[in-house]
Design a protein around this ligand. Structure first.
Ligand code: SF4
Ligand code: FES
Length: 229
């Protein structure tokens, strides 16, 4: 089987794998916020940026090749990831202690993994919409990091195109495809992948908040190790 080298460790891959696909399958974590094995490539968040033969590239879009030398957890690359993560925190309104996704949130887990202890930048504190019109799912754009996973899941997996991205620059935001623009008037169903794939707490099922106790959540530290982001 062909291999590439990730921080000096051999990682096997099969034809067509991206570096991210192969690394994750082999249990090697590469930071990511917009990658999901169930969907095609995107390259939206840039958290997975690695160095390949000295050049910066996103691990979720570059195909694995035999013998490739890939740097991942270097101080320089982690410093870039930390700044990106801090920008995501200040661009939105992320209040982890009061969020139902806490402990199961990829943004929060990534920040912890990178040793983030503060925001570094000034908070923008935007005023954004909360849409509670759907009977089973709610949408809080304050927590959205524009990873596009919901957009891609709705298109690629659910075949519904419930979500899209609109606006420009700092006003870029998720749009809902319905006559009113409200989630409750869209074709979204609670068991759609688009309703379950959000890596943060922007799209959440109703009546399920805090169902998993602290200490047992996906990224909680515990004996035997927690799940890596
Ligand atoms: Fe990503 Fe969630 Fe925002 Fe959709 S709502 S773009 S899944 S963060
Ligand atoms: Fe590669 Fe987001 S995970 S760009």
């Amino acid at each position: 089987m062909s291999h590439f080298f990730l921080d000096g460790t051999e990682v096997p891959f099969t034809e067509g794998d991206t570096l991210m696909d192969a690394a994750q399958r082999a249990g090697h974590a590469i930071a990511h916020l917009c990658w999901d094995a169930r969907l095609g490539q995107s390259g939206a968040c840039r958290l997975c940026t690695v160095r390949i033969d000295g050049q910066l590239a996103t691990a979720c879009t570059v195909r694995a090749r035999d013998g490739l030398v890939v740097e991942n957890r270097t101080p320089e690359l982690d410093a870039r990831r930390l700044r990106l993560t801090q920008m995501l925190f200040v661009e939105g309104n992320h209040f982890c202690p009061g969020c139902e996704k806490s402990g199961d949130c990829l943004l929060q887990a990534t920040a912890c993994d990178l040793g983030m202890t503060g925001m570094h930048y000034d908070m923008l504190a935007p005023v954004r919409t909360v849409d509670a019109s759907h009977p089973d799912v709610w949408l809080d754009l304050n927590r959205c990091i524009l990873c596009k996973l919901c957009v891609r899941a709705s298109h690629e997996a659910d075949g519904k195109d419930v979500f899209a991205i609109g606006g420009h620059g700092i006003g870029t935001h998720v749009l809902v495809n319905s006559s009113t623009g409200l989630l409750g008037d869209s074709a979204l169903a609670a068991d759609d992948l688009a309703a379950r794939i959000c890596p943060v707490g922007a799209i959440l099922p109703k009546r399920r908040g805090f169902a998993v106790p602290i200490g047992q959540r996906r990224f909680d530290p515990r004996e035997g190790g927690n799940e890596q982001p």
